[in-house]
Design a protein around this ligand. Structure first.
Ligand code: IMP
Ligand code: MG
Length: 187
């Protein structure tokens, strides 16, 4: 797996440090507000599990699955809810936990959907923010790092379901993407 990596963009220690800071900020901002975190599957699970252990106030948790990417690295704009949340969010202070906001299409769709269920407040915490790729203007109140226009993997983020288990954020060698795309197109 490691031979497929071209470069490490954000090393493990830096992620750890930033996640700690985010957890502290969220704990302060949501003090006495019992936030309800909604983790977007599957990419945000690693971030979520580290983040919530840095949150030192009462909170609750739910999961939602959306698919927007299919097997390629470009957003299709077509979204499907693959798993809805289990608990009602009416009157709750909801915090969406995402791995990355890229074009913003996924988050914008999710915000509309969740807003219609009348939460008391609705904000987002994303590990990564690719501002240069934004196609719709959508608020991202908390994020870990702004990154350049590069497709990244690791710490939950995948390419064709692989590399989620890398402990850092990295960029793959171009030939890895090419090989996967060729394989994908043949299927
Ligand atoms: P958006 O709708 O374009 O903002 O894309 C959001 C989703 O696309 C994220 O939740 C990721 O699952 C996926 N995505 C966007 N950029 C990357 C990337 O660089 N690596 C891995 N997944 C990505
Ligand atoms: Mg995702």
């Amino acid at each position: 797996m490691e031979q497929d990596i071209q470069k490490i963009l954000i090393p493990e220690e830096e992620i750890k440090k930033r996640v700690k800071e985010l957890g502290k900020t969220i704990s302060e901002d949501y003090k006495d507000r019992f936030p309800h975190l909604i983790c977007i599957l599957k990419g945000a699970t690693i971030f979520l599990s580290d983040l919530i252990r840095e949150i030192n106030i009462h909170m609750s948790l739910d999961f939602m699955g959306v698919s927007s990417y299919g097997s390629s690295t470009e957003s299709s704009g077509i979204l499907k809810i693959t798993k809805d949340i289990d608990q009602p969010i009416e009157g709750r202070n909801v915090l969406i936990v995402e791995d990355i906001v890229d074009t913003g299409l996924t988050l914008s769709y999710l915000r509309k959907l969740l807003t219609s269920r009348k939460p008391k407040s609705l904000k987002t915490c994303a590990l990564l923010n690719k501002k240069v790729r934004r196609r719709v203007d959508v608020p991202v109140e908390y994020y870990g790092f702004e990154i350049p226009d590069e497709f990244v993997v690791g710490y939950g983020l995948d390419f064709n379901e692989k590399y989620r288990n890398l402990p850092y954020i990295s960029v793959l060698k171009p030939e890895v993407y090419m090989y996967e795309v060729m394989k994908y197109e043949k299927e």
